[in-house]
Design a protein around this ligand. Structure first.
Ligand code: NAD
Length: 316
């Protein structure tokens, strides 16, 4: 598995990262056995980056991931763990007090002494000025205290990254995590890559399968996409299936093409999915992407290209 450097952190992340939200039963139920086997196979296949949040499955994902990582029985510095703060099953709270308590709770659930990356989770749901003036300074203190090695922010609208990065001193943030903006149907993250690089932050892109839109099984019930977008993705998936191709493989490979993006986080809930995603990355490295399929799927998705959905509260 290819390793890529994350901004100025010195961390080298596997190009495919393990998204652990499915371990919180977000995409259907996953047994502990399945979760352990998936994490183990991922690690053995060269995936060294694991992302979770207290929000996923109301803390379940952190607990299950913690157990699975512990069961690997390997030195702590052989894997990289990212978690988040500020978003919970009960709602949002980006106060300094809450996020400071949050990391201790996460460390306990994860059975770790420190996390590698701590991110404010989906900041568009909070006041961005509070994020700048209160939450990020609190995260900096947690970094100084050794509870996290690096800090970052996550969110859906790309403007939240520029808003915050333009208002914090250079070098304050180590990483941003964007999702659903770097896949075949929506590639808008690419537009701000030069800006993000100029700010020196590492870039993680999540949801290459558009949270299930670009899979044969389709998205979960709660998926926020419009009916039009869902229908176009279904048509793309059907095209692939009828032509002996796999939409998820193509989508993951597309997301892996841009090497400025350090790691592509794909949510995985079974050994089979880990096998398929690792194989997709290996095949891409060995023989490149299926350009014909990419252009056919691109044409099917053209009418909905870069269509997203609203997320968060109106900022003043
Ligand atoms: P995704 O696009 O990775 O899709 C996940 C879905 O695809 C799941 O149903 C999974 O079981 C399925 N899948 C995985 N591999 C497959 C394969 N080979 N074939 C068919 N189906 C397959 O969406 P995601 O899980 O939401 O995103 C990945 C990870 O990124 C999350 O688990 C989470 O860790 C992170 N993330 C973070 C944020 C944030 O911080 N705001 C937002 C979204 C995602």
């Amino acid at each position: 598995m290819e390793l890529r450097e994350l901004g100025r952190t010195g961390l080298k992340l596997s190009s495919v990262g393990f998204g652990a939200s499915p371990l919180g039963n977000v995409f259907g139920s996953v047994s502990e056995e399945q979760a352990n086997a998936s994490v183990r196979l991922a690690f053995q296949s060269g995936i060294n980056f694991f992302d979770t949040s207290p929000y996923y499955g109301g803390t379940l994902s952190e607990k299950v991931l913690g157990k699975a990582l512990k069961a690997l029985n390997v030195p702590r510095n052989e894997y990289i763990v990212a978690t988040k703060c500020g978003r919970y099953a009960e709602g949002f709270d980006f106060s300094a007090e809450r996020v400071t308590r949050s990391v201790d709770e996460s460390l306990e659930r994860l059975q770790l002494d420190y996390v590698d990356i701590l991110q404010c989770h989906d900041i568009e749901f909070g006041s961005l000025d509070q994020i700048v003036n209160e939450t990020i300074p609190a995260l900096q203190k947690l970094k100084e205290a050794g509870k996290t090695r690096f800090i970052g922010i996550t969110g859906l609208p790309l403007e939240v990254f520029t808003y915050v990065l333009d208002r914090v001193p250079p070098g304050t943030l180590d990483v941003i995590l964007s999702y659903c903006h770097h896949s075949i149907n929506d590639s808008t993250l690419e537009d701000i890559v030069p800006y993000l690089k100029s700010k020196g932050v590492g870039i993680i892109s999540a949801s290459p399968l558009a949270m299930g839109l670009l899979t044969e099984d389709g998205p979960p019930e709660w998926h926020p996409a419009s009916a039009e977008l869902k229908s176009a993705c279904r048509a793309a998936s059907t095209y692939c299936k009828e032509n002996g191709k796999n939409i998820s493989k193509l989508a993951l490979q597309y997301s892996l093409l841009n090497k400025e993006i350090t790691s592509v986080l794909v949510g995985m809930k079974s050994v089979e999915q880990v096998e398929e995603n690792v194989a997709a990355a290996r095949e891409l490295a060995a023989s490149g992407i299926d350009e014909d399929a990419l252009s056919e799927v691109g044409a099917i998705l053209k009418p909905v290209k870069n269509q997203s959905w609203p997320s968060g509260i109106q900022q003043s």
